[in-house]
Write a protein that binds this ligand. Sequence first.
Ligand SMILES: [Zn+2]
Length: 397
Amino acid sequence: MPVLLRGRVLPVLADPIPRGAVVIEGGVITYVGPAARAPHLTGEVTEVDAGDGAVVPGLVDAHVHLVADGAADFAGSVLRSGTEQLAATAAANARRTLAAGTVAVRDLGAPDGIAVALGQQIAAGRAPGPEVTAAGRALTAPGGHIPYLGVEVRGAGEMADAARVELSAGAGGIKLVATGGVLTPGAALGNAPFAEAELAAAAAVARDQGRWVAAHAIGHEGTRRALRAGATSVEHGYLLDDETVELMATTGAVLVTTQVAVARMLRNRHLVDPAVVARAEEVQEVAITSLRRAARAGIPIAGATDAGTPFNPHGGVAEEAALLVADIGLTTAQALRAVTATAARCLLRPDLGHLSVGAPGHVVVTGADPLDDVTALTDVRAVVLAGRLVDTPGGTT
Ligand SMILES: [Zn+2]
């Protein structure tokens, strides 16, 4: 059945349309423009009126971990669960993500091929959820960050082989853990556990297949190595200096911010391992300076969640958009773009994250206009995925 959405339309890659309409037929957007000129639809039509709200593209989250649900003990919750239990958690997280208006995610680390398999089930229509592109297991050095979401590898040959294994198992790209991380106190943030040649060997395998290369990158040295090795996105970017930002500008890598992960964890600091809290506090202040530096330099920014980390349940990418405005100084329009079209770029999905004729019919209706107040993105009234209305908790349709 065709879907007709009416109201203030924000196409993201084109100007807002005050009294606009979006038409979806056969799961694909067939009209975006003034309501007065919308095509006449015959037969049964699903109509959605945005009222005082807005019609926006479905949101995209470029960094999630579907197997984890935000437990205080992130590592323990993954390590203690069997494959079946993790798969059930991932399926529930996917439903929650979609209900919050996120129509596509990139999973950056899961054991046992769980996120890849879930993405395939969703694509085949056997499970509800957003479109999923997944890294499979993250490639991390022995003793490095997030081994429980990855595989420990060393040496250029092993790195390239590991990349081939994940991609041939259905991964959409690879995840390189190029530095230490907040959740692994044993590995210093400044660590650069891989040589540039090791990172490059894995990245070349992915890039030669036209896939994305996400680099977990916090410290300067590891971030630079990852960029020179061919990373297509820098995850977190808490410690970017001018030289690293310049290198990002040269390579065209996208910066994927995950400020919501730090903010939510610190809001619950009394329930989190004190060593992890100390790490998060250490990065919170410097991260803002770092991300502002990148924003000023015009580096493309994708807002993401790192969902699954402590107290960071899935479906929260709208909150990241709000932090990009409040803390990093983006305009509301830039923040909307960060969680739609720019995030889609990280997924190598230029067809997602904007309302255009021929794009997939993934559309969200918000309760207010996010260009006035970006927190309107947290007030999702209706979600349409491939031209079908999805059940949403706060939905009016
Ligand atoms: Zn992550």
